[in-house]
Write a new protein. Sequence first.
Lengths: 71, 71
Amino acid sequence: MSAIEKTYTIEGMSCGGCVNSLTRVLKSVPGLEPVKVEVGRAVLRFDPAVITADTIKAAVDRAGFSVIAEQ
Amino acid sequence: MSAIEKTYTIEGMSCGGCVNSLTRVLKSVPGLEPVKVEVGRAVLRFDPAVITADTIKAAVDRAGFSVIAEQ
């Protein structure tokens, strides 16, 4: 396993409740570790051989938000 | 099927992003219809023979919030 960290810009978040909500949903994805979640931004750690960009986008969608950029 | 509506008081929500997030997670539960979701409150429609109080509490928890009362 070779984990990387990526930063995602996220639309639709505006308060600490949103941060809690997104953090909970991201933590429910096996292999995905939310390193830092704040309003509009999430730093995630994962093995790209296991977790795809689509998996991350789907998890953010399930939480009611949208990925608008990754870097 | 005999659906009822119940109102849940929810802790941890403070903006429209929280409302979107909770709504999305509640809609993902088969048989559970969010009639109205606003900051701190959700009106849900469901068949109590199918959906239990624990199912609803677990869904709200998954979204990062907490049920503190139902009526």
